[in-house]
Design a protein around this ligand. Structure first.
Ligand SMILES: [Ca+2]
Ligand SMILES: [Ca+2]
Length: 273
């Protein structure tokens, strides 16, 4: 049996992972040009219904931030660290305390029932999946439907917002991510789980695929591991599952240009060899 999807399709239960209503959409972990301490975080409501954030929490490593207020349908929620001048020309929805160290941490978004509905930077081996200290660039999710993984985040570019000293922010605090406009349509097929022996993945990225390299990552334990790179925009790959332990496996496949991913998919399955 083969499964097909486009990147916007929601096919829960078929192995292709998708996300809930509210996601961690952008992480300004490097601060701004004005100050490395001027960090910020953006949430996004990827649904047609307003979401009341009462009882929700955002966990930054060891620190827990209680959320309040609400996010409008298809709207953004901007958290600024310490004060509202971090992003000087966008009003914060919440001011928080706590650091996002350059060495990387995992962010978790928890709903009132205690369910972790999203993460950011989960399983990163070191540092952050994207973002840059030199330009104080953010880590932008390329699609609110793509689960946290090495194929889900791209480094922010110079946008319209300004920092505490009036300089342009590398990122899009409180506004649609620039990375989202770069998304390439994808068709992907994966055998149905459980997996055994060799699993054949096939994919086709369309659109402006000049310079695109496909990479495949696998997560069976704590960290994502790169298992293949330098693959063409349309291709197949035989993943040998014999080298992995039996149990849960996540497979992430992404189309990368020189600056980061421009589309991808995350598949969840079970290895039973
Ligand atoms: Ca502000
Ligand atoms: Ca944004």
């Amino acid at each position: 049996m083969r499964l097909f999807l486009s990147i916007s399709a929601v096919l829960l239960g078929l192995g292709f992972l998708s996300l809930g209503q509210v996601v961690i959409n952008e992480v300004g972990w490097a601060g701004t040009a004005a100050s490395g301490y001027d960090e910020w975080i953006e949430l996004y409501n990827n649904s047609p219904a307003e979401v009341d954030l009462t009882g929700w929490r955002l966990i930054l490593g060891q620190r827990e931030i209680p959320l309040s207020g609400s996010i409008p349908p298809w709207g953004f929620f901007l958290l600024e660290r310490t004060d509202d001048t971090t992003i000087s020309d966008v009003q914060a929805d919440l001011i928080y305390k706590g650091a996002l160290p350059n060495t990387g941490i995992v962010l978790q978004l928890v709903d009132p029932a205690g369910v972790v509905v999203d993460t950011a930077n989960g399983g990163a081996k070191e540092g952050w999946f994207a973002g840059d200290v030199g330009t104080a660039a953010s880590m932008e999710r390329i699609s609110p439907e793509l689960p946290d993984s090495p194929v889900a985040w791209r480094t922010g570019t110079k946008g319209n917002a300004h920092d505490a000293k009036g300089r342009e922010v590398y990122g899009t605090p409180g506004a649609e991510n620039a990375a989202r406009s770069l998304l390439l349509p994808l068709e992907c097929s994966v055998p149905s789980s459980p997996f055994s022996g060799t699993v054949e993945l096939s994919w086709e990225f369309t659109g402006d695929v000049e310079g695109i390299e496909v990479k495949i990552f696998v997560k069976t334990g704590t960290f994502w591991e790169l298992v293949a790179g330098d693959l063409p925009p349309t291709g197949t790959y035989a993943l040998d599952t014999m080298g992995f332990p039996n149990g849960k496996i996540l497979i992430a496949l992404g189309a990368f240009d020189a600056s980061g991913p421009r589309g991808g998919v995350v598949v969840e399955g079970e290895i039973a060899n």
